[in-house]
Design a protein. Structure first.
Length: 381
C-alpha cells in the first residue's frame, strides 16, 4: 500500500473509530449506577439486556437450583426482579459451558459482572485483532467495528465468540495447539465450535483439531460435573421454548419468518435450507487449495451466521470476524469491485440498522452476513 493510500486508510479508520466510540459512550451515559435506563428513550430494561437473564440463570444454578427449574422463564424473571429490581420477562438458554466459564465473576453484583464481561471481552477482541494486524491498525479496528456496541446494547456473548473464532482460525497454521484451545472456547456457541472444527478437518489441520476436541471434552466434562447432564437438555429445551413463544426477539431466519406468521415447521425448514446453502459455499472454499485461508475463514464466519435458529442480533458480531479476514486478504491482494462498499457498510452498520431494517423486515446484520459470503466466494481464486 503506497503512502497516500495508507494515510487515507488510517484516516477513515480513525473517523469510524471515533464515531462508534462516541455512540458507545452516548448510549452508556443513558444508564444509572444500578444499570437501569435513565429515560424511556432507551428501549432497554437494564444494561446488557439479555445478559441479565444469563446472569440470573448462572446464579440460580450456582445456588443449587436444579437445571430444569433454573431454565424456567418464571424463575429467571423472578431472580432479576428480586436482585436487580427490574420487573419484566427475562429468559436464558445459555449452555452450561458458559455458566462454568462465568463462575469466577458470579460473586459480583450484576453491574460489576457486566463491566467485567465487557472489559475482558474487549481485551480478547483486541488481542485477536493484534494477532492479525499491526498494533495501530488493530486498536483502530477494535473500536471501529461495532462488536462492542452490539454486545453492550443487547447483551450476549458475541464479542467473545468473535475473539475466539478469530484466534482459532488465524493461529491454526503457526500455533495449532493454542488455536485448538481457542476453538474449544467457541463451545460457548456450539454451532461456531462445530464450524471451526470442520474447518480444521477439511484443511487437514490435525494438531489443531485434536487440541480442540481434547479441550472441548475437558470443558464439557467440567460443566457436566458441576451442573449435571440434565443442564444441557434443559438449555436446548429453553431455547426451543423461547423461539416458539417469542420469535420476534430472535434475528435468525426462522425467528423472522415465525414472527411474520409462518408456522414453526416451515420456518425451521427454510432456516435449514438457507444454512445448508451458506455452509455449502463455505465448504467449497475450505476444500479449495487455491483459495487463500483468510478468504476461507471470512466465508465460514459469514455462513455460520445462518446456521442457528437461536441467533440474537448481538450474535451477528461473529460476521465482523469474517470482515477482519476479508480486510486481511484485501491488504495483501487488493479490493475487488464492490468490496469497498461492503467494508463501508460493515463499519457503518449500527447507523444503517435503523434505516434499512424497517424496509427489509430482516436485520441489516443478516444482509451483511450474506454479502460477506458472496464477497468471499468471489475472491476464491
Amino acid at each position: 500500500m503506497d503512502t497516500e493510500k495508507r494515510i487515507w486508510h488510517y484516516l477513515f479508520l480513525i473517523v469510524i473509530a471515533l464515531a462508534t466510540g462516541y455512540t458507545f459512550l452516548l448510549r452508556s451515559a443513558g444508564y444509572d449506577e444500578s444499570g437501569k435506563p435513565k429515560t424511556a428513550e432507551i428501549p432497554m430494561r437494564i444494561v446488557g439486556e439479555n445478559m441479565a437473564g444469563d446472569y440470573a440463570l448462572f446464579r440460580l444454578m450456582e445456588e443449587g437450583t436444579k437445571p430444569q427449574e433454573a431454565y424456567r422463564r418464571e424463575n429467571v424473571s423472578a431472580f432479576v426482579a428480586d436482585r436487580m429490581k427490574v420487573d419484566s420477562r427475562f429468559v436464558s438458554f445459555a449452555n452450561p459451558v458458559k455458566a462454568f466459564l462465568s463462575v469466577p465473576f458470579l460473586a459480583l453484583p450484576y453491574t460489576a459482572f457486566f463491566d467485567a464481561f465487557m472489559l475482558w471481552g474487549m481485551f480478547a477482541f483486541g488481542a485477536a485483532l493484534y494477532a492479525m494486524f499491526p498494533l495501530r491498525q488493530s486498536l483502530l479496528l477494535m473500536f471501529a467495528f461495532p462488536v462492542a456496541f452490539l454486545n453492550f446494547t443487547l447483551g450476549g456473548w458475541g464479542v467473545f465468540v468473535t475473539a475466539f473464532a478469530l484466534l482459532a482460525l488465524a493461529l491454526a497454521d503457526e500455533f495449532p495447539k493454542r488455536a485448538g484451545v481457542f476453538a474449544a472456547l467457541c463451545l460457548i456457541e456450539p454451532v461456531v465450535f462445530a464450524g471451526v472444527l470442520a474447518a480444521y478437518i477439511l484443511r487437514k489441520q490435525k494438531k489443531a483439531a485434536v487440541s480442540a476436541v481434547c479441550f472441548a471434552a475437558f470443558l464439557t466434562l467440567c460443566a457436566l460435573t458441576r451442573y449435571g447432564a440434565g443442564a444441557f437438555a434443559a438449555a436446548f429445551g429453553a431455547a426451543a421454548r423461547a423461539l416458539s413463544e417469542r420469535p420476534c426477539s430472535f434475528s435468525s431466519v426462522a425467528g423472522i419468518l415465525m414472527c411474520g406468521g409462518m408456522p414453526a415447521a416451515g420456518a425451521i425448514a427454510v432456516q435449514i435450507a438457507v444454512a445448508a446453502g451458506a455452509l455449502y459455499a463455505a465448504c467449497r472454499l475450505l476444500v479449495n487449495d487455491k483459495c487463500a485461508p483468510a478468504v476461507q475463514d471470512a466465508c465460514l464466519c459469514g455462513a455460520l451466521c445462518f446456521a442457528s435458529p437461536f441467533f440474537y442480533l448481538s450474535d451477528y458480531a461473529l460476521l465482523y470476524a469474517g470482515i477482519a479476514f476479508l480486510i486481511k486478504d484485501s491488504l495483501r491482494r487488493g479490493l475487488l469491485k464492490g468490496d469497498g462498499w461492503l467494508l463501508i457498510a460493515a463499519f457503518a452498520s449500527i447507523y444503517l440498522e435503523g434505516i434499512v431494517t424497517p424496509h427489509t423486515g430482516a436485520p441489516f446484520q443478516m444482509i451483511l452476513a450474506a454479502w460477506l459470503v458472496f464477497a468471499a466466494f468471489r475472491r476464491r481464486f
